[in-house]
Design a protein around this ligand. Sequence first.
Ligand code: ZN
Length: 307
Amino acid sequence: MKRNRLLGSIEAGGTKFNCAAGEDPFHMVAHRTFPTTTPVETLGKVIEFFHSVEEEYGKIEAFGICSFGPVDLRAGSPTYGCITSTPKAGWQQIPMVQSIEAEFRVPIGFDTDVNGAALGERRWGAGLGMDTVLYITVGTGIGGGAVVNGQPIHGLVHPEMGHLRIPHDLDRDPFPGSCPFHGDCLEGLASGTALRLRWGKPAQELEPEHPGWDLEAEYLALGLVNCILTLSPEVVILGGGVMKAAQLFQKVREKVRILLNHYMNTSRLEEEIESYIVPPTLGDLAGIAGGFELARRAISEGSHFNS
Ligand code: ZN
């Protein structure tokens, strides 16, 4: 019988690191979560975990790392594979790829957490069979990742769709916004942090009929419409803690339809919009799935391992 391929997947988040080993998100042999403390302690636990996996199951062939950021994705850059200017204390200029590569000496795929989730959903979830997939997470912050024509978008740095500028009517919503860089950007107005500060309680405690949900849906729809018009995604996947509010999806879909005003001339944005703006099929496994997909791609591309 063919032995399953053994890959390592790391979803590096600001509050926790999810680590898994296996062939794909449905065939995992080990899965562990560590709180994000200091880089030395956290990465030490990650490395120890994968060494223990190797002792039991044999050599890991490749790793995929999806990380909070900003990160350096530029091949050939001296700081490739690092978290760069994150506001998270102690995590600036931390070499994620190099730390794992030095221990395991195998190909390593690396991308943002949200590009990872987009890749994972495209391979195994809501973006299955599609070339262009948009993934937006609405949690403590807002992040956007996209796979366009089968490839995650990088470019100059990487997309930061959470910080789009959107209309803000200060008479209706005097909240100044919570983004430390821009105040009332999309994240500043519509993240879980913004909801908590504007309404004085966390999003999950806002009752379903609270007027804050209409405002939230409107801000998210404004951001989404800009992304839809720019990228022309075949599906829009909305993840993150705030999107777990059951009433929010329908409100966002309605407002996107109203804002686009039938311009795109496709049934996907009209009667099929319920299957166009959707939750992640993989749920909280989207990031881990992205790590597996990055590892698989690292093997086929033979990338990021030069020694
Ligand atoms: Zn911002």
